[in-house]
Design a binder for this molecule. Structure first.
Ligand code: 5AD
Ligand code: SF4
Length: 447
């Protein structure tokens, strides 16, 4: 019997994809995945370092794993990914609440996982956080676990160095997979029955391989038979070139949806963040996207309370969100990250004020999201069915082309099916779907 591996993943989709890589590497060496901590021989936690809150949550979780380890000393507990790279040997210091951690491995060390887990058994805890500017894992077969959606990392690392962000320090320099490898992976995913491909990269649209830019990559993926839907995340606004926008507009399988992190709508803040665009430039991209791609759903990321953010800067962001009406937004309080440039400048906005600004934009966005979703009522949506809805009421759930969650009575359809439904209701986060008429609905009993 092979060893049993339990893995937990925090943070972004790149981390989800990295966990699938780690699972692929370990499965090759005879490990099987378990979802039960109690029966595991190895516990891995793939971590996020982007905000302090994420790290605190993970430290709490590691504390819990150390109690398990005290009862079952043979178990190996490993910390993978960004927080491991960030905190390094601090994670092996018991006073940090993480005693019981046997190994810490950065995002470029997963290939050595089987060997390192073996070494960790019975030895002193150790870390392997060498960054490797060439590591792409292009020959590794990830163990893809999402039902209908396959993550395909097309690049790793980030060269942008936004002043608030830890990612370039923990994930290293930007590097891209060869286009031929990406397309082989897309073909394999389609052959394995995945309907949707999501290209991933920290700044996915700065992808380049020789003459092939990200727009070309989308066009080539669009030609792969068997693929039904293509998405990508997260693009950088400064790299939202006409080539990418044209490819999105021209390719029927590239979905009308984009998550385009804005961070702030004040030029002073954007400059201090070193985002390399102005609000007018960002707005021009939004205009082009909306003009070229009908019904495109736009999402964004917002940081409130960055170093030096005045009430006026904040109001500029609030105004812009009100005017632009994003479909959705992830909104965060600025969190100082040791090692970044802005960390040296300090925090200028009080925790209380950050909280108040955050609540204000969340409230604004909830209203806008609900209104936009309500405007879908009565319309037809094409849904890729994912599985049972989280409500546990026997309904199914899936995603519309705009990546909106649609919940509907299943009537016997299966994950992976693509079906047309009518929207009969909506909340800020969900569309409620119904079948157009019973003759078009598949039924559970076919007589
Ligand atoms: N503080 C708050 N939010 C941050 N993000 C990245 N770094 C920080 C930070 N130090 C947010 C950005 C980014 C998203 C992934 O996380 O909005 O787009
Ligand atoms: Fe961080 Fe900026 Fe790179 Fe995004 S583009 S990962 S925010 S440094």
């Amino acid at each position: 019997m092979g060893k049993k591996l339990y893995i937990e993943t925090y943070g972004c989709q790149m981390n989800e994809a990295d966990s699938e890589l780690a699972l692929g590497i370990l499965q090759d060496k005879g490990y099987t995945r378990t979802y039960e901590i109690a029966e595991s021989d190895v516990i891995l936690v793939n971590t996020c370092a982007v905000r302090e809150h994420a790290e605190e949550r993970i430290l709490g979780r590691l504390g819990y794993f150390s109690t398990i380890k005290s009862r079952k000393p043979d178990i190996v507990v490993g910390v993978l990914g960004c927080m491991g790279q960030h905190l390094q040997d601090q994670l092996l210091t018991p006073s940090n609440g993480a005693d019981g951690v046997d190994l810490v491995i950065g995002p470029d060390g997963y290939r050595r996982l089987p060997e390192l887990i073996d070494r960790a058994r019975g030895s002193d805890p150790f870390l392997d956080v060498r960054l490797d500017r060439h590591e792409l894992y292009s020959d590794v077969d990830p163990l893809r676990t999402e039902g209908v959606r396959a993550w395909v990392s097309v690049m790793r690392g980030c060269d942008k160095f936004c002043t608030f962000c830890i990612v370039p320090f923990v994930r290293g320099r930007e590097r891209c997979l060869p286009a031929a490898t990406v397309l082989e992976q897309v073909t394999r995913c389609a052959d394995e029955g995945f309907q949707e491909i999501v290209f991933l990269g920290q700044t996915v649209n700065s992808y380049r391989d020789g003459d092939t830019d990200f727009g070309d990559l989308l066009r080539r993926a669009n030609d792969v038979p068997g693929v039904e839907r293509i998405r990508f995340t997260s693009p950088h606004p400064a790299k939202m070139t006409d080539s990418v926008i044209d490819a999105m507009a021209d390719c029927g399988k590239v979905m009308p949806q984009l998550h385009l992190p804005l961070q702030s709508a004040s030029d002073a803040m954007l400059e201090r963040m070193q985002r390399s665009y102005t609000i007018d430039e960002y707005d021009e991209i939004v205009g082009k996207l909306r003009q070229r791609i009908p019904d495109i759903a736009l999402g964004t990321d917002i940081i409130v309370g960055f170093h030096g953010e005045t009430e006026e800067d904040f109001l500029a962001t609030h105004e812009y969100m009100k005017r632009t009406r994003f479909d959705s937004a992830f909104m965060f309080k600025y969190s100082m990250r040791e090692g970044t440039r802005s960390c040296k400048w300090g925090d200028t906005v009080s925790e209380e004020e950050k909280g108040s600004r955050l609540r204000t934009v969340i409230e604004l966005q909830e209203g806008i999201s609900a209104e936009i979703n309500r405007s879908w009522v009565g319309r037809e949506v094409e849904v890729l069915v994912e599985g049972e809805s989280k409500n546990g009421d026997g309904q199914l759930s899936g995603k519309s082309r705009q990546f909106k969650t649609v919940v509907f009575p299943g009537n016997g359809c299966m994950p992976g099916d693509i079906r047309s439904l009518r929207v009969r209701g909506a909340t800020a986060h969900t569309l409620i779907g119904e079948w157009f008429d019973t003759s078009r609905a598949p039924t559970a009993t076919s007589e």
